[in-house]
Design a protein around this ligand. Structure first.
Ligand SMILES: Nc1ncnc2c1ncn2[C@@H]1O[C@H](COP(=O)(O)OP(=O)(O)OP(=O)(O)O)[C@@H](O)[C@H]1O
Ligand SMILES: [Mg+2]
Length: 258
């Protein structure tokens, strides 16, 4: 299972990513949890330790570390062996999950920008196309870390939409970006749905046949976000929908291996 999650800021991407990741963890499926949103917050929503998260260097800063390790190799060192090291060293483990944080790419056509992008691309290529582990990518609406190359490794993109005009507009824009990258399957997930009216609003605004699920608004989710609690604590309102979503995206077919 290699899935990417996108959608408007605040729609619930990290909440849904974290809950799916906890499903994978409960099933003991080895998984990379990749925070690919420059405004990174998946780690916190997952329930990782705040200090450990702050101490974890984002991958965009590691390229220099690696070039240093290969001192003298210049800019053209083969990064592949180092990427395996990176996926061991620069991750935070949580059960069967390994969490990694990509960080924001600095803007502008500097040489540094090109090197960072090349390195992040190499890491994504590795986890999406070469490794057997499941991957959940928590992305911004810009899906800026994906290229046509890495998109080939993604089985499905979930676009999270809350019942608002702004969230729908962003979701449709993400859908167009995803089509440009030739992503094979782009499905919408309604979130924070409070009423029948919310449901029908989403059904009318989005391509109905591609709405995979509607998740309810839950006070418990909000409460937990305030307290910094872990998503695996039972959530009476959200959990059934998340488990159904997990099944629909093929979660039940995941093999748990050591
Ligand atoms: N189903 C839900 N019911 C109630 N609150 C929710 C639900 N889903 C998410 N939230 C709340 O909405 C807020 C935004 O959620 P989240 O951080 O998951 O969104 P995001 O799309 O990752 O945002 P960002 O773009 O800032 O990373 C959080 O406070 C979260 O607790
Ligand atoms: Mg987020």
């Amino acid at each position: 299972m290699k899935i990417a999650i996108s959608g408007k800021g605040g729609a619930g991407k990290s909440t849904i990513a974290a809950n799916l990741l906890h499903c994978l963890m409960r099933n003991n499926v080895p998984t990379f949890a990749v925070d690919a949103d420059p405004d990174a917050n998946l780690g916190l929503v997952l329930g990782l330790d705040q200090e450990e998260l702050a101490a974890l260097p984002p991958l965009c800063d590691l390229q220099e570390v690696i070039i240093e390790k290969n001192a003298g190799g210049g800019a053209f060192v083969d990064l592949n062996p180092s990427i395996d090291d990176v996926l061991e060293e620069y991750v935070l483990p949580l059960g069967s999950i390994r969490f990694l944080k990509m960080g924001g790419i600095k803007q502008g056509g500097t040489a540094c920008y090109c090197k960072e992008s090349a390195f992040l691309n190499a890491v994504l290529t590795n986890v999406l196309l070469e490794r057997p582990e499941a991957v959940v990518l928590d992305m911004s609406a810009g899906i800026e870390h994906l290229t046509r190359g890495t998109a080939r490794g993604i089985r499905m993109m979930l676009v999270v939409v809350e019942p608002s005009r702004a969230a729908v507009t962003t979701a449709l824009a993400v859908d167009r970006l995803a089509a440009d990258l030739a992503l094979p399957e782009v499905l919408f997930v309604g979130n924070k749905v409070r009423s029948e009216a919310d449901q029908s609003y989403l059904r009318q605004s989005l391509p109905g046949e591609r709405i995979l699920a509607m998740l309810p608004f839950s006070e418990e989710v909000l409460e937990r976000a305030r307290l910094g609690g872990r998503p695996e604590m039972e959530d009476r309102y959200l959990l059934p929908g998340i488990e159904e979503l997990y099944k629909q995206i093929g979660g039940g077919d995941q093999q748990a291996y050591a």
